[in-house]
Design a protein. Structure first.
Length: 412
């Protein structure tokens, strides 16, 4: 039970972010939680080290390098102008962010879009005098909802696609989830419009082109971005051909970072400025969540509940709630064997993917992409979203998302 108490304390501190006169950052709170788990013997040092997933950290490192180079060179500002110059109002801009970033996250993975998209939306907010909180929320909801419809949109979907006995995961996911995902992206716009209406100022937006500050770094960044897109396309093709198992997403990020790390004279500056705090957060999160997993608390609660764990509404509800506590990837790893023993249908597997994904819309810790966005915004721009501000929009949105997906899954 000590591990559960530590977990609850971490949640409470993330909610208030304040101890006396000291303002805490999310990575500091998670690091303290992991240290507490180690010091109280909830996990051994060797087990803690083994719990840290190097693939996730290396993937984030590679994408952080690419994202930092894009921002440092000025190419990201130039690219954002090209993508969003057609938006003539705040409403159109929010819709473009939701649908543009959402659809892209289905192919480039939500964490990738969170890394690249944060400086883009904050630049747009500053340039057009729009609430940065509105733009950060739009980005967070876009990459969460958009990633739900693809087997490579996020790590938990990939886990289900690989281990869930799906004949053709791309057809299974897109065939069922494309339309409800498009509806849910529009639902996100409606709820943002309703609950953040003061931030939707009237008047037209005036866009201006952005100059590239470092042309060589911009060229290398562009090459890196093209490598990401090309390798993702290759990964998709390899999966279709049944030969993509050994080609990890980590390789995509690291190969994409190579042009910058090898050929740029500014590599040292890029490395200094990447978001090391978020990498520390993830390492600490793996340790704390492993200690919670090892406690057996949630496994016993699920097994002893007597509920129909394979029904679509139960899967949606349990995966959305427990993803807030043990994170969505461990939750999926726990739930998949249960569904396998129960002879679960394709609808049950897709419900698990959907529930564990849109759980990210409820609370900040529900998705790693939320943490990436907030950590990046705090570090670079001094902007943030509080626990309450996120939950105020996120909880009703997650419930609405679940109802839309449930309605469509009823026909699978």
């Amino acid at each position: 039970m000590i591990a559960i108490i530590i977990l609850l304390a971490v949640f409470a501190l993330i909610a208030v972010r304040q101890v006396g006169g000291v303002r805490l950052q999310i990575w500091q709170i998670m690091l303290a939680g992991a240290a507490a788990a180690l010091l109280t013997g909830q996990i051994t040092p060797l087990a803690a080290l083994a719990s840290i997933n190097p693939d996730v950290l290396l993937f984030l490192f590679g994408m952080f390098v690419v994202g930092e180079a894009l921002a440092e060179s000025g190419y990201l500002s130039h690219l954002s102008y090209s993508l969003f110059k057609k938006a003539r109002s705040v409403d159109q801009l929010v819709l473009l962010v939701l649908f543009g970033m959402g659809i892209a996250s289905a192919f480039l993975m939500n964490d990738t879009l969170a890394i690249i998209g944060t400086p883009v939306v904050l630049l747009l907010a500053r340039k057009h005098v729009i609430s940065p909180k509105l733009m950060m929320l739009a980005l967070a909801f876009a990459v969460t909802i958009g990633s739900a419809m693809s087997p490579i949109g996020n790590p938990q979907n990939l886990l289900i696609a690989i281990n869930g006995s799906m004949g053709n995961p791309f057809v299974a996911f897109f065939g069922v989830l494309f339309l409800p995902t498009m509806i849910n992206l529009f639902v996100a716009y409606l709820l943002l419009k309703l609950l953040c209406r003061k931030d939707f100022r009237s008047g037209s937006l005036c866009h201006s082109g952005e100059h590239i500050m470092d042309r060589k770094l911009a060229r290398l960044s562009k090459i890196s971005l093209c490598i990401v897109v090309a390798l993702v396309a290759a990964k998709i093709a390899a999966v279709f051909l049944g030969v993509g198992d050994g080609f990890r997403l980590t390789y995509i990020a690291l190969i994409a970072a190579l042009p910058i790390l090898v050929f740029s004279e500014r590599r040292a500056r890029v490395l200094r400025k990447i978001d090391w705090h978020t990498l520390a957060f993830f390492a600490a999160m793996f340790v704390l969540m492993q200690s919670v997993w090892d406690s057996g608390f949630f496994q016993a609660a699920i097994n002893g509940s007597g509920l129909d764990m394979a029904s679509v509404p139960m899967i949606l509800g349990i995966s959305m709630l427990l993803s807030q506590l043990i994170s969505n990837v461990p939750l999926v790893a726990l739930y998949l064997p249960m569904l396998g023993h129960a002879g679960a249908s394709s609808a049950s597997l897709i419900a698990l993917a959907v529930g564990s994904t849109i759980a990210g819309n409820m609370l900040i810790l529900g998705a790693a992409s939320n943490v990436i966005i907030i950590q990046n915004a705090e570090k670079r721009y001094g902007e943030t979203i509080t626990f309450r501000e996120f939950a105020r929009v996120g909880i009703p949105l997650a419930i609405a998302n679940a109802l839309v997906y449930w309605a469509f899954l009823a026909f699978v």
